[in-house]
Design a protein around this ligand. Structure first.
Ligand SMILES: [Zn+2]
Length: 112
């Protein structure tokens, strides 16, 4: 069960991600755009993120450990923009028990 919170602006979350993961700056910018466009949907089995450049839908594991896009293997920390936009979405919307939160989301949550 989850409790919907008022969504927060992704800006402070993104600023904290910049500080923590400077090598991800471009991907963080693209993830903020994706998040703001409403591309992220959480389903019972995974997180669906619409591609920014095609009709594809990429599947991100609920614990943010993988994404089906081609960039996931190349991105530092496996943090493609779909994983990052999923992290922004989770941090902004959903209250979960702390121990169930992926690490990157814990960081975002503490920062807000
Ligand atoms: Zn991806």
């Amino acid at each position: 069960m989850s409790i919907e919170l008022e969504p927060v602006s992704p800006r402070p979350l993104a600023l904290n991600l910049y500080a923590q993961y400077p090598s991800l700056r471009d991907r963080i910018d693209r993830a903020v755009d994706l998040y703001k466009s409403g591309a992220v949907t959480i389903t019972s089995t995974a997180i669906e993120v619409l591609s920014a450049s095609s009709d594809a839908v990429y599947l991100v594991k609920s614990d943010l450990s993988s994404c089906t896009c081609p960039d996931h293997e190349k991105a530092p920390f496996g943090a493609c923009k779909h994983v990052l936009s999923s992290a922004l979405h989770i941090a902004a919307h959903i209250e979960l028990p702390a121990k169930k939160l992926p690490r990157i989301v814990k960081f975002l949550r503490n920062a807000r």
